[in-house]
Design a protein. Structure first.
Length: 249
């Protein structure tokens, strides 16, 4: 996610990156000519600091970095609340908490963001401007961030799992992996774009594809049997939300 933000920002802004891994430094220098790599001291003069490290490493990092007292802090670390940062940074730290998802890697992500107690409306707008470089943004209350994590943060895995099983099923019908990939990926992309551009919602479009007594109806009858798919989806999303709450600090 850190690299996704570098990719989104460096074309328009001068981006200063703190990185301790030598191999990663070499990679970033080669791929992103416009960025400036420096040590942790760079944050002393930064007005906006984006924290894109693993949650388990965050507390130790916050003890090391000489954060500018008036800096806006934007965190994309899962599970770490605005109160966690306010407690560890002291004073009236201005915190924006974010939950992006994997499609941010190609600039097509969706990020849920919320503000801490001391962050201003201007801070929220600035964070939104930054995160729009990797996709779309939805502003929510912090109480909804766990739900954002369950719906969109973990969401790409739901899609990948469905496609994974779709591929397996197609190959049992005799298609090669390449043939199945072509048929399924294009169907997925075309259907997603249609859903995005259509005046109709998903349920209506599904009904339009499903002729009574036809082939699609036969498949839908299996999916809807006992509402198993609907129940499973709700159970899965609620499990993800519950786990997000458990991990929160």
């Amino acid at each position: 996610m850190g690299e996704a933000l570098i990719k989104g920002l460096y074309a328009k802004y001068t981006v200063h990156v703190c990185e301790t891994n030598d191999a990663r430094i070499k990679y970033l220098k080669a791929k992103y000519k416009g960025i400036v790599l420096g040590d942790l001291k760079v944050v002393q003069t930064a007005s906006i600091i984006i924290l894109a490290i693993k949650p388990q490493d965050m507390e130790a990092l916050l003890m090391q970095i000489p954060v500018e007292k008036n800096a806006l802090i934007i965190s994309i670390a899962a599970g770490l609340t605005t109160k966690f940062f306010e407690k560890n940074l002291g004073g009236k730290a201005r915190i924006i908490r974010c939950m992006p998802n994997m499609p941010a890697l190609i600039g097509e992500g969706i990020t849920g963001i919320c503000q801490g107690r001391f962050a201003t409306t201007a801070d929220l707008k600035m964070a939104e401007k930054i995160l729009l470089t990797i996709g779309e943004v939805v502003i929510v209350k912090e109480s909804m961030i766990d739900a954002v994590t369950a719906v969109s943060g973990s969401g790409p895995a739901y899609v990948f799992l469905f496609v994974e099983q779709w591929m397996v099923a197609a190959q049992t019908l005799g298609f090669s992996q390449q043939e199945a990939r072509q048929l399924i990926y294009k169907t997925l992309l075309g259907s997603t774009h249609l859903l995005e551009k259509s005046e109709f919602d998903a349920a209506t479009l599904r009904a339009k594809v499903t002729s009574k007594g036809g082939t699609t109806q036969a498949a839908m009858d299996v999916f809807f049997k006992g509402n198993a798919l609907g129940k499973l989806m709700k159970e899965a999303i609620n499990a993800a939300k519950k786990r997000s709450k458990e991990l929160a600090k």
